[in-house]
Design a protein around this ligand. Sequence first.
Ligand SMILES: [Ca+2]
Ligand SMILES: [Ca+2]
Ligand SMILES: [Ca+2]
Ligand SMILES: [Ca+2]
Length: 492
Amino acid sequence: MSPARSPSAPPAPRGVSAGPPVAGGRSWRRPRPTPSARLSAGLVLVWALLALAACVPTAHDSGFQEATTTNRDFTPRYVAVGNQPITLACADLDGDGRLDLVTANSVGNSITVVLDPGGTAPSTREIAAGTQPSQVVLGNFAGGTKTLALGGLDLGKPTCQTRSGTGAADIAVLNAGDNTVSVYLADGLGGWNAPTTYALDGAATQLQAVRLKPTDPVDALLLSLAVDSQKAVGGSDSMLALVNDGSGSFTLLRSPAGTAPGRFVTGDWNGDGKLDVAVLNPGSAAATVLLGDGAGAFTPASAPNPPGIGTAPFDIVTGDFDSDGKPDDLAVSNDSGPSVSILLGQGDGTFALAPGSPFEVGVNPRRLFRAAPGSANLVVAHDQQKFVSLLTGGGTTGQYAATELGTGTDPFAAAAGRFAGSNSDDLAVVESQQRLVSIFANNGSGGYSRSVIGFASAVQFPMTGDFNGDGKDDLVLVQPNEDRLVLLLNLH
Ligand SMILES: [Ca+2]
Ligand SMILES: [Ca+2]
Ligand SMILES: [Ca+2]
Ligand SMILES: [Ca+2]
């Protein structure tokens, strides 16, 4: 059900401009509100008070909080899934050209496949998983051409983009509660076979489907694995490759990856065409660079620990941050500083700190996101704060400058997309404590204006995609406590 529009809705969103990048790169400051922003904020306050006095109805049954919503460009649609969905993956699962979704349902010990969530008649199917599934990835594990790949916040790709194919995607699920990976192969009949489950001797931070070398016809799986002392299962800290025999049957291959490896990214750091890894070791203030042999084994690079990683590194992304055409650079968020380190790939498996790096940002930097697909500009979510940092740069020196965009409390995830009808990439930021999605509309010259969409229950895990095929970017989120997806269809 769509919420009714209020005739007294505020005409303009609250203005929060990023302003020009701060010169010098090591400083950051919160932009002062402009007079028009203060006026808009005042109008919002007046409207809120009037709305309160007039008892503007709130559409509780739809989970939507009218009183906090200043962005009317999106129509919410809800799709029931399993118990406590905590994460999402997307692909065209059935090869019909329209995007589909899979949720991992943490309490339900299941996944839910949602076919065509943006269509008129979405269909869902809940499938049993292991204990506390925490991540779902989609891939081509058994050959043929499949329509895939893919969005997933855990992959640093909160945009659902497909590569073409004709067959149904296969599914892999990381089960955090019992340290297993379950692989579901498409059965060719519109469903999936009963899973094959692989036991891990440690706790995995991240699961990713990868091609170990470009000529591989199928995907392998990579995991970063740390000793799980809580479960006393022993094991060892490692990168674990699940090497695919071509039919969707996997063999485990372990490589050392420093102490307690956590989040990782993949790329080709030495230019030999074989997939390499850079993994964070949060407890030892380090990252470890591993070079792959194309068959699932990884060995440390000649200088395996890049310089400039601060204490408590939290997140890592890869991209082309020095505009040399090679997406072999790294960005790492660090609690110390607090800062973001930019590390430039040297082409031989080593990395050099960009001039001026690490770049100082506000307190508690956590997840890193791209400000636009393929962009060298980054968004930093700050734990328990009321802003995200926008890191702009990526010129030939890898120099960056930070500004802040004001948000609600505890922004923890961002997704880029064309949400506001212009040709510039806008941002959606999810804020847990105020149950808000902030839409930052890009003015095309580096400034953003903010409007918000409020919910009665927390939303998580924003992902961008055109789910109804009208050419406009939509948003999808999970609402864990309501056991459902929220699809925000873009009407702008
Ligand atoms: Ca589909
Ligand atoms: Ca390589
Ligand atoms: Ca580069
Ligand atoms: Ca759309």
